[in-house]
Design a protein around this ligand. Structure first.
Ligand code: OAD
Length: 235
């Protein structure tokens, strides 16, 4: 841990890459842990364009449940530490697979939302933006009558290319990449840690045996480990 704190302190450029484990301390379930969303439902039946087109009612019910889970959620200590590190000039960017907006609400400014944003509602057919309430009330698109959907990336869809390019470039040239709270199961984001020439650090509650390509691995909760690193950097 001391070594990681030293890398962070002496780095010119640090990029943080996060996944759903970053938000579980805000009481939002992740996907693949025992209490994760994908333990209850097969993502291929719900988080694909085919699912949205073939069974829009089931699709909308799932994303409404996700939005409901977010209603009371607040950024946690981990989000806040990362935002503070950015304010102090320590962190350059946050690239996240999370669609919950909690990094931004904690105060992080340079956030690349690689899997989109759940609150940005648009028409699946013509892309016209709509209010969140229109989605919650099951309304159709006012322009073309299409189904409304959250602006998240579904399996089989392209990632937002501007966010992807920004994250890719920043990670390539970073001195340290902190990868936090992700199973690294999902392509193409799971390729990002390997594109950097800098040090790679993995912080996660569960450590899979296949995780061996990191310079440092810290097992535990994101909030706890970020607090410890913050303390070590102050020391
Ligand atoms: P996963 O659910 O696959 O992985 C979350 C990881 O975070 C797990 O390995 C947990 O052990 C770990 N974790 C949970 N709580 C933690 C905590 N408090 N501190 C540290 N680690 C913790 O979620 P992602 O890797 O983000 O995409 O999943 C990637 C993508 O798969 C998601 O963006 C979503 C999903 O399908 C789409 O829907 C397209």
């Amino acid at each position: 841990m001391k070594q990681t704190a030293t890398w962070l302190k002496t780095a010119d450029s640090v990029v943080v890459l996060t996944g759903a484990g970053m938000s579980t301390e805000s009481n939002i379930p992740d996907f693949r842990s025992r209490s994760g969303w994908w333990q209850q439902v097969d993502p291929m039946t719900i988080a694909t364009p085919e699912a949205l087109e073939g069974n829009p009612e089931q699709f909308k019910a799932f994303y409404k449940a996700r939005l409901e889970a977010l209603e009371e959620a607040e950024p946690n200590r981990g989000h806040q530490i990362i935002a503070r590190w950015e304010e102090r000039g320590l962190v350059d960017r946050v690239a996240t697979q999370n669609v919950d907006g909690l990094h931004q609400r904690a105060g992080s400014r340079n956030v690349d939302a690689l899997h989109g944003t759940i609150h940005a509602i648009r028409c699946h057919r013509c892309d016209r933006p709509h209010e969140l309430d229109a989605f919650l009330r099951d309304e159709a698109c006012v322009s073309c009558g299409g189904v409304l959907r959250p602006g998240v990336v579904l399996f089989g869809e392209m990632l937002p290319q501007d966010a992807w390019q920004r994250a890719l470039k920043a990670i390539e040239k970073a001195d340290v990449v902190l990868v936090i709270g992700t199973s690294l199961d999902v392509y193409p984001v799971n390729q990002l840690p390997s594109v950097t020439g800098g040090k790679t650090v993995y912080i996660n509650r569960d450590i899979d045996q296949s995780i061996h390509a990191f310079d440092a691995v810290h097992q535990g909760s994101a909030g706890e480990i970020l607090e410890e690193l913050d303390r070590l950097m102050e020391a």
